[in-house]
Ligand binder design. Structure first.
Ligand SMILES: [Zn+2]
Length: 459
């Protein structure tokens, strides 16, 4: 598609790359309080750039202490009859230290073989700059943008998204739009675009078991006092049967099964998934629910995962202790039909049923969680996005049902008519790990795609 916005992007691509490096050099690590000022500096820089490129309103929305600001800007110049596009990105990053195994300073962007290495290169500063500079390119043309634009960026996606969830719930009218574009997450490879049309939801909880009032001598009390570590593992061992099915009564109630078309999409999404499972997981053998492929087990089926377990002594040597307490962290990945709060309640009820009188059990919900979402693969937003990717990658997108969760996507699904997830990083980008990277061959293609989405959504 030839349009002056693309000419503008091409002329300014070197500056856009410098912008990405600039934003990367600000260590906006949301989870570490010592970086709070850096998170704010990143927000201020993005806000001032939005003002420069012509947004009509730009606000830094401050939240209660300890939380990081939202950046929210609007450009409504396309008029009341034109569609409105709400774009979401996050500008915070995960922690990173050179000693974690990086080959270069994680906050000094380094290019080797046309790959840019840095924290945030893929998750998700490349998305921030891609969207920001696509908007700039469109607004730079004489006709400006054919769609109204709302752009919201959060600074704590990596640390819970509490602020934005509260903000969206309270300001639905300010965010209202025809479509939300969640610009986070990767495409399959730098050469193969893809779109996520299904995400699992999530709910997290902690299970605490208490026995004696303090740690006891295993010689004096072992044999007559129920050991909390043992009691905990006895309960946990009953949460799945030998086929990998979750045994909690009510857990699978209301599950909306994937349609044959969705199962077909998942099978075609990543033909290498099954072949690569062994090398990528490194586990000795496949495990999981009978009747489902290994991709389906991690995509369209709900799970109950034990994330951590503690109790007693695990240091060197022997300590003959009968511990006073034990605990475990549990998260469930949810599928359409499952309500996170209800899933917590059925698990809690079942755990209480399983708990013997010899110990005390309590449970705690970790956060409010998020339901799963499915995006209709024939919606206007998905069709336009697919065409936009195709214009620049010369191939159609693969549609994926992903096993992960983007809780904010569930939130936006409640404020706009439709939603689409468009990422400009790639799956091999090592998000959250050392040597996080983005391939520079994707950078101008991504900006071109984001431009085309804005231009074509108006048609
Ligand atoms: Zn992340």
């Amino acid at each position: 598609m030839t349009h002056p916005a693309h000419d503008y992007a091409e002329q300014h691509i070197d500056r856009f790359l410098e912008d990405l490096k600039h934003l990367i050099r600000i260590p906006s690590i949301s989870t570490q309080p010592k970086h709070a000022a850096d998170v704010r500096r990143a927000a201020e820089w993005i806000g001032s750039e939005m003002e420069k490129i012509g947004f009509e309103t730009v606000e830094l929305i401050d939240m209660p202490e300890g939380r990081h600001p939202l950046v929210f800007g609007t450009w409504m110049g396309a008029g009341e009859d034109a569609p409105t596009v709400l774009i979401y990105c996050h500008y915070d990053v995960q922690p990173a230290e050179l000693e974690d195994g990086w080959d270069s300073n994680p906050f000094e962007p380094t290019i080797r073989d046309n790959i840019l290495y840095a924290r945030g290169a893929t998750d998700s500063k490349v998305n921030v700059i891609t969207q920001l500079r696509a908007i700039e390119s469109v607004l730079s043309t004489p006709e400006k943008s054919p769609v109204n634009i709302k752009f919201i960026l959060e600074g704590e996606e990596e640390s819970g998204s509490e602020t934005i969830n509260a903000f969206v719930a309270k300001h639905r009218d300010r965010l209202s739009a025809d479509v939300s574009v969640v610009s986070d997450g990767p495409i399959i490879t730098p050469h193969q675009p893809s779109m996520v049309i299904g995400l699992r939801g999530i709910i997290g909880m902690e299970l605490h078991v208490e026995g004696p009032i303090q740690d006891l001598h295993s010689g004096h009390f072992g044999g007559n006092t129920h050991n909390p570590v043992q009691a905990l593992t006895e309960i946990l061992a009953q949460l799945h049967d030998e086929n990998g099915t979750v045994t909690v009564p009510g857990f699978y109630d209301n599950v909306i099964d994937a349609t044959p078309a969705e199962r077909e999409a998942i099978a075609g999404a990543d033909p290498y998934y099954e072949a690569n499972w062994k090398s990528t997981s490194g586990a000795p053998a496949v495990w999981g629910e009978a009747g489902y492929t290994i991709q389906e087990r991690a995509g369209i089926r709900p799970t109950l995962e034990l994330n951590g377990i503690w109790g007693g002594y695990s240091g060197p040597g022997v300590k003959t202790v009968l511990p006073a307490k034990a605990g475990a962290k549990i998260t469930c990945r949810l599928v359409p039909g499952q309500d996170p709060a209800r899933i917590y309640e059925v698990i809690k009820a079942h755990v209480m049923d399983l708990a013997p009188e010899t110990i005390k059990v309590s449970m705690e919900m970790q956060d409010m969680g998020a339901p799963a979402i499915r995006i209709p693969h024939d919606s206007k937003a998905v069709r336009v996005a697919n065409k936009a990717y195709e214009n620049h990658w010369d191939r159609e997108s693969v549609l994926e049902v992903a096993g992960g969760s983007i809780p904010i996507a569930s939130t936006f699904a409640t404020v706009t008519d439709e939603i689409v997830i468009m990422g400009y990083s790639h799956k091999g980008g090592l998000a959250h790990g050392p040597n996080e990277n983005t391939h520079l061959v994707m950078f101008d293609k991504g900006i071109g795609t984001a431009i085309d989405f804005l231009l074509m959504y108006a048609e």
